[in-house]
Design a protein around this ligand. Structure first.
Ligand code: ADP
Ligand code: MG
Ligand code: ZN
Length: 267
């Protein structure tokens, strides 16, 4: 158990650029809109992007909380902590597995999380040793896999699901991102990256598609400007999809608690 955190949900993807961080921040905001106390831990050392997505000014540093802990930053009602708050991300740095695990552990345990119902972790992309170590070291209640409907991304998503299974972390579902391109001129939709991929994977691994998100100009502009869609368009369709996914996640992790832990972690 991490002090101040009830449930931990890892958001992962087999490869980068599929929208893992975009989904993480919007899911977290949607969960907060559903009435939960929510935090984000940006563990993507290769490209920490939560600071920008949450509109936190560059160079903002967390304040100390007592002797050896830090207060999370607050943004749009979320508590947030990121590798980017602690190290200069412009400095090129070669991360080796043990360094990452150490830095990550520190971020997780030395942050003074304030009574969170759910902490979302924006995981580093990929399914290598680093990701496996993180999945093992942290008491994760469940994982959400983000993929595009493209074959190559789905192949990586499979590896992601298998990795979490290996360490007995339940996969809560698959988010199919960039499912349909919606033209900002006329609103017509086109399945640029193909169709039905998330569904096939969900069936194969006996998990579910939590939701499908379109590829739109608005989603990108909003998240890149620090006001993600769930904040910018609280009554829009995309927000409704994120809130539905948030409710499914909440149900699943809370269900786990009443049934007692199905998984045990050792240090
Ligand atoms: N559904 C979407 N529609 C439009 N742009 C998107 C969508 N999802 C992600 N993006 C954009 O794609 C880029 C990569 O997304 P990001 O969330 O940073 O991916 P990852 O964390 O997987 O590397 C970002 O510029 C983001 O704004
Ligand atoms: Mg990212
Ligand atoms: Zn058009």
């Amino acid at each position: 158990m991490i002090e101040g955190v009830k449930h931990i949900v890892a958001v992962a993807s087999g490869k980068g650029g599929v929208g893992k961080s975009t989904v993480t921040v919007n899911l977290a905001l949607a969960m907060a809109a559903e009435g939960y106390r929510v935090g984000i831990l940006d563990a993507d050392i290769y490209g920490p992007s939560q600071a920008q997505m949450l509109g936190v000014a560059e160079g903002t540093r967390p304040q100390a909380a007592g002797e050896n802990r830090f207060k999370p930053l607050e943004a749009h009602g979320l508590q947030a902590m990121s590798m980017a708050f602690m190290v200069d991300t412009r400095e090129p740095m070669v991360w080796r597995g043990p360094m990452v695990a150490g830095a990550f552990q520190q971020l997780l345990t030395q942050t003074a999380w304030d009574d969170l119902d759910v902490l979302f972790i924006d995981m580093p992309p990929g399914t290598g040793d680093i990701q496996l170590t993180l999945a093992q070291k942290v008491p994760v209640n469940g994982a959400v896999i983000v993929t595009t409907p493209q074959d190559i991304a789905l192949l990586d998503a499979r590896k992601g699901i298998e990795m979490f299974r290996k360490v007995n972390v339940p996969v809560l579902g698959v988010v199919e991102n960039m499912s349909l391109h919606i033209c900002s001129n006329c609103g017509h939709g086109e399945p640029i990256f193909g169709e039905g991929g998330g569904e096939r994977i969900a069936e194969e691994y006996e998990t579910r598609v939590l939701g499908r998100l379109p590829l739109t100009m608005a989603i990108r502009e909003q998240v890149d400007s620090g006001r993600p869609t769930v904040v910018a368009e609280p009554d829009g369709d995309v927000t409704a999809t994120f809130r539905s996914m948030a409710r499914q996640i909440a149900e699943q992790v809370q269900g786990q608690q009443t049934e007692g832990p199905s998984i045990s972690f050792s240090d």
